[in-house]
Design a protein around this ligand. Structure first.
Ligand SMILES: Cc1cc2nc3c(=O)[nH]c(=O)nc-3n(C[C@H](O)[C@H](O)[C@H](O)COP(=O)(O)OP(=O)(O)OC[C@H]3O[C@@H](n4cnc5c(N)ncnc54)[C@H](O)[C@@H]3O)c2cc1C
Length: 328
């Protein structure tokens, strides 16, 4: 589309939503990702009310604008080019409790949700204590740790899809290991607005003790440089796990090989492209040493995938999501 046509379309859209949304222009996405990379979004808006978010997205659809809803940007690598469309940052944080059930808007911080539930003596979410994103981002990738995943607790969701808000059951999401239907562009597009989780009553002290244990492990193992957490997914392959004598026994028994193990054993720790580096501390953390571009991150990830493929015959799959424009 000619730049002038796009600019006119942006102007008309901005005018149409002016009653509910103050749109920013050319907002750098690196300011909204934990990896600190990404070019500008042509249009950017921070949503705080679900009804407004629905109205703005419906208008974007009517105007045939591309749009992307993001949370905390902790699982995202946007390209260095401009995002041609609207990025909505979801800060809708409403929450309601009834017994062991909680209804929460998806812009709510996942860590904070853990804290609020634990204070009520509701167990289940201790694993969320070190996960820095929103509930929405957690649902999209079925976030988890320590053998628990958010999908285990989901009892229902409200989604915006094809311009309509509808209630869907948990199996609609097709939760799998770090995966759901929302990671697959080929499936029906949807934005998750609210979710109902069912937790269980347990001793408050033991919930916080469990969470403290997880925090201590993270402090010891995870680098503090900007990153998107684990970059690649672990590999569920029993034959591979059994063929690796250096793999700790608990992983061999579970038939899972941590991506970080393969990356370290393939000698990739410390590898760099520009300021993007495979952390010398943790093989599955790709960190930004300060001035990394998204293209450096992607090139380094490709080199690591190639290294692991050559040594183990395994093609690692990204846990992070690439969005926006990329040079081929
Ligand atoms: C230090 C660190 C540690 C981490 N540890 C873990 C861990 O232990 N386990 C784990 O699973 N992950 C971990 N992560 C990754 C990340 O925090 C999680 O995947 C998190 O749930 C992402 O949430 P977010 O709000 O940041 O999502 P974003 O990165 O903002 O978005 C991720 C994707 O979800 C989409 N999306 C976001 N909200 C919605 C919505 N409401 N509706 C539809 N689509 C939406 C976005 O468009 C994007 O495609 C870690 C990350 C870091 C930086």
């Amino acid at each position: 589309m000619a730049p002038q046509d796009l600019s006119e379309r942006y102007n008309r859209f901005e005018e149409a939503v002016s009653g509910v949304a103050q749109i920013k222009r050319s907002e750098p996405l690196r300011n909204h990702t934990t990896m600190r990379v990404g070019g500008p979004a042509d249009l950017f808006w921070r949503a705080t009310r679900v009804t407004d978010m629905v109205a703005v997205i419906q208008e974007a659809e009517r105007a045939s604008l591309d749009y992307l809803v993001i949370g905390h940007g902790s699982n995202l690598v946007p390209g260095d080019g401009s995002y041609r469309g609207l990025v909505v940052m979801n800060h809708c944080t409403g929450i309601r409790f009834e017994g062991t059930h909680v209804w929460v808007e998806t812009g709510h911080s996942f860590k904070r949700l853990f804290k609020l539930t634990a204070e009520r003596g509701l167990g289940g979410l201790a694993f969320a204590v070190g996960i820095p994103g929103t509930v929405g981002g957690a649902l999209v990738s079925n976030a988890g740790a320590y053998r628990r995943n958010i999908g285990d607790f989901v009892r229902g969701l409200d989604v915006l899809t094809r311009g309509e808000v509808k209630a869907v059951p948990p199996d609609w999401m097709k939760f799998r290991y770090r995966d759901s239907r929302l990671r697959h562009g080929s499936e029906q597009r949807a934005i998750v607005l609210t979710v109902e989780l069912e937790l269980f009553y347990t001793d408050k002290g033991s919930i916080f003790a469990e969470a403290e244990g997880y925090q201590a492990q993270r402090r010891e193992r995870q680098p503090s440089d900007p990153s998107a957490g684990s970059f690649f997914k672990n590999v569920y392959d029993r034959a591979l796990a059994e063929s690796l004598p250096a793999l700790p026994g608990s992983f061999r028994q579970a038939g899972v090989v941590p991506a970080g193990f393969l990356i370290s054993e393939a000698g990739c720790k410390g590898m760099r492209v520009g300021d993007a580096q495979i952390s010398p501390q943790h093989g599955n953390f790709l960190v930004n040493l300060g001035g990394a571009q998204a293209s450096d991150v992607r090139r380094l990830a490709e080199q690591v995938r190639q290294c692991v493929l050559e040594k183990y015959g395994v093609s690692l799959e990204e846990e992070v999501l690439y969005v926006g424009e990329w040079d081929s």
